[in-house]
Design a binder for this molecule. Structure first.
Ligand code: C2E
Ligand code: CA
Ligand code: CA
Length: 744
């Protein structure tokens, strides 16, 4: 203890002997202690409580409250305060008891040497200080331990929480892993599977457990694909959507897309991990799209695109090997009419049947394609080295097609007859590409159509010019009306007495470059482009103007009936009857003299609408005739339902009525049935006396044809009619009664 602390220590001395108190007091003060005195135990305890001395000296023997009592008080109230008992030598037992009770030290009276006192005071103060210091240190230690313990506890809690989180996230990833639809996999650098997700069972039908440890390589259908995947992984570190064929549990190949990464550590270990996905459905969809892009959805035949591809290939090969090939362009005659009249579902079925018939005619290496509504193409590749032989073979195929297609086709309740027009072109010619070959085929096909349909024509170089004209035609046709290039010709109709009884208006186009163009060539173009509507209106207007003119002329009696051809497109206009009525009113033409010629197809199209419109015309007094009768697919019975006036027997029947017995029978049936229904019959295309005789003897009473007159421009026609009225000299219909006999 240093001087200062020693001096500041307060010492309480309790003794009933004043001398002792004073001697202690004086002595200890000399050493810097503060000394307080109490003369008995009671006062000592009070002073102890009020002054809190650092050390107590107490005499054991005192009256009333003795030293042991003071000792007991101090020990129990302040055990850290050193207390030294002072005792007479005769009462050593007291000292022993005091030490038992908790006295720190003792001194025996009388004190010979007061330095004993000083020594005891110092020693016990030191001990007290050490005890206190020790206790403080102890307490500090305890605090430290407590703090550490708390820290540890917190750290532990934190660790537990982290652990929990890890467990949760592990659980989460495991459940993701287990519910993956794609397959997660992981292989070591030897390619052995270390991990694979359970989805492998739904993807490729393997058990996960059986796959672990096996080689990924063994599941590849194409080993070289595995190698190239590895190469890429090594080069780029990863692959994305790498398509491979994997073998499934039943050994079937399944297209899959692999996305994987290659991981190599510094110590040379590593792995490959990633996902793959079964892309069977995607592949199928792609294949379907690819298929659809190259095929016609109705017939499943190759479409124009695929045809051009194959044709290009065939051209290339032909040039290399000196082979020749042929292309046949097949267009169905009058298909549009069937489609427009019987409805698209019948039309579609018909096209499918045609497709089947075409396929049946060909070798496997030939291609049949559908490149448009009713346009089919047959590609005969590598036919031979010799042009003549190639041409013969192509023609043979074309004839076979023509024959096959001409057999009747039954669809629903309809028996349909279809004929094709076929254009053939041989290739290679010069430097033409696939597109040019197709155009040549097209040109030849139009030639076949122009030659009267149901015909085969070869492409000849000069034809192309004409084909180009056709393209130009559409452009020119738009201007034809405004430039006054359309003309109406008239072909007279003759009655049983040989007199003119009416006429048919037939359209012509006077083209400034190409001369007179017949309707067969431009009406289809007009229908395709919609120009048929203004053109049809012009025809009606012009015909009605002439009806008015002729009614007021000497031709009035002869021209009782003027027939105008009406395109299905015109007739289907909802306001067509109104349009006709307006034209009649505007031109002041007598409705009773106007006839409308409709084709069979238009009539069947929509019977209810047709009947409605026909009724409106009947009310107006306009006559309706069915044109080209007999060529169609319709039954005669439905005609009863229609308010018709006239049937026109198609010229194809009239043409060989004298040679073909079945045609003759058809004509007779038509005539007798018509008379049964109260319909008039006109035979068209009458070219010979024999035909006329037969028709007349069968009961037909009106005729039209080159035998009497060709269609003529208005002026010539008027001259022709007025001539016939005045001369009555050109026909003698029943000139030879024996002929009648012959045909009965
Ligand atoms: P269509 O209604 O069958 O007309 C009869 C066709 O037969 C006419 O041909 C006529 O010139 C021809 N012809 C007349 N008598 C004979 C004959 O004895 N022998 C032969 N071989 N042919 C004969 P054209 O004028 O070339 O008309 C062809 C078709 O064009 C017509 O066939 C008709 O469907 C259509 N057409 C004509 N004018 C019009 C019109 O103004 N509007 C519409 N929409 N079509 C028309
Ligand atoms: Ca006609
Ligand atoms: Ca006709």
């Amino acid at each position: 203890m240093d001087e200062l602390q020693e001096q500041s220590a307060v010492i309480l001395t309790i003794d009933d002997e004043q001398a002792i108190r004073e001697s202690f007091h004086l002595y200890l003060e000399d050493y810097g202690y503060t000394v307080i005195e109490a003369e008995n135990g009671q006062a000592g305890i009070a002073l102890f409580e009020s002054q809190k001395p650092d050390l107590v000296l107490v005499d054991l023997r005192m009256p009333e409250v003795d030293g042991l009592q003071v000792l007991a008080h101090v020990v129990s109230n302040s055990p850290d305060t050193p207390i030294i008992v002072v005792s007479g030598t005769g009462v050593i037992d007291d000292v022993i008891e005091a030490l038992h009770l908790g006295a720190w030290d003792y001194m025996l009276k009388p004190l010979q040497d007061l330095s004993v006192l000083l020594h005891a005071v110092r020693k016990n103060l030191d001990r007290s200080r050490l005890t206190l210091e020790n206790r403080a240190y102890q307490e500090h230690l305890e605090l430290e331990v407590q703090k550490r313990t708390e820290e540890l506890r917190l750290a532990n809690d934190e660790m537990l929480a982290t652990n929990n989180r890890l467990l949760l996230s592990e659980k989460k990833y495991r459940s993701i892993f287990e519910s993956l639809t794609d397959v997660y996999f992981q292989v070591d650098l030897q390619g052995r599977l270390e991990e694979i997700s359970p989805s492998i069972s739904s993807n490729l039908e393997y058990q996960r457990e059986n796959m672990l440890g096996t080689r990924l390589y063994d599941f590849f259908a194409e080993p070289e694909r595995y190698e190239s995947m590895l190469d890429r992984l090594k080069q780029n570190g990863s692959v994305t959507d790498f398509e491979v064929l994997l073998l499934d549990g039943s050994g079937l190949e399944r297209p899959c897309a692999v996305t994987a990464a290659h991981e190599v550590h510094a110590d040379g270990t590593g792995r490959i991990y990633g996902v793959f996905r079964d892309i069977t459905e995607r592949k199928q969809a792609e294949a379907k799209i690819e298929y659809q892009a190259y095929h016609d959805s109705l017939t499943n035949l190759p479409n124009r695109r695929l045809l051009l591809d194959r044709l290009e290939l065939a051209l290339h090969r032909s040039r290399r090997h000196g082979h020749e090939g042929a292309l046949l362009l097949i267009d169905l005659d009058r298909f549009k009419t069937i489609n427009d009249s019987l409805g698209h579902s019948v039309g579609d079925q018909l096209l499918c049947e045609i497709a089947l018939r075409l396929i049946s005619v060909l070798r496997e290496e030939d291609t049949v394609a559908r490149i448009g509504g009713d346009e089919f193409v047959v590609l005969l590749a590598d036919v031979g080295h010799d042009t003549q032989a190639t041409a013969r073979r192509a023609e043979g195929v074309a004839e076979k097609i023509r024959h096959n297609l001409s057999l009747p086709i039954r669809i629903k309740d309809h028996e349909l007859y279809i004929t094709p027009s076929i254009g053939i072109t041989l290739f290679p010619m010069q430097h033409e590409d696939a597109g040019a070959v197709l155009r040549h085929g097209d040109t030849a096909m139009y030639q076949a159509k122009a030659a009267g349909r149901n015909t085969v024509r070869f492409f000849l170089p000069g034809m192309q010019e004409e084909a180009d004209q056709r393209l130009g035609m559409e452009k020119d046709l738009r201007l034809a009306i405004s430039r006054n290039q359309l003309k109406l010709f008239f072909q007279a109709q003759i009655d049983a007495e040989g007199a003119v009884c009416g006429a048919e208006a037939l359209l012509r186009w006077e083209h400034p470059e190409y001369g007179l163009i017949t309707p067969d060539r431009f009406i289809p173009v007009a229908e395709e482009t919609g120009l048929i509507l203004p053109i049809g209106e012009w025809v009606l207007q012009t015909a009605c103007e002439l009806i008015t003119k002729w009614s007021n002329s000497e031709l009035s009696d002869a021209l009782r009936h003027i027939a105008v051809n009406v395109s299905p497109w015109q007739f289907r206009q909802p306001n067509f009857p109104v349009q006709v009525e307006r034209i009649l009113a505007r031109t002041k033409a007598d409705p009773g003299r106007l006839g409308l010629e409709l084709t069979e197809g238009v009539v069947i199209d929509n019977v209810a609408d047709t009947v409605d419109k026909m009724d409106s015309f009947k009310m107006l007094g306009v006559k309706i005739s069915i044109d080209d009768f007999g060529t169609g697919y319709s039954s005669l019975s439905y005609l009863k339902k229609l308010p018709l006036d006239i049937l026109k027997i198609d010229r194809s029947f009239v043409e060989d009525v004298t040679e073909d017995e079945s045609n003759a029978a058809i004509v007779e049936t038509i005539i007798s049935m018509a008379s049964h229904l109260g319909l008039e019959v006109i035979a068209e295309g009458v070219e010979t006396q024999e035909q006329l005789d037969f028709l007349h003897s069968s009961g037909c009473r009106r005729f039209q044809g080159y035998y009497f007159t060709r269609p003529l421009p208005v002026e010539q026609f008027e001259a022709f009619v007025s001539n016939s009225i005045n001369e009555k000299s050109f026909v003698a219909i029943t000139a030879n009664p024996d002929v009648d006999e012959l045909h009965r």
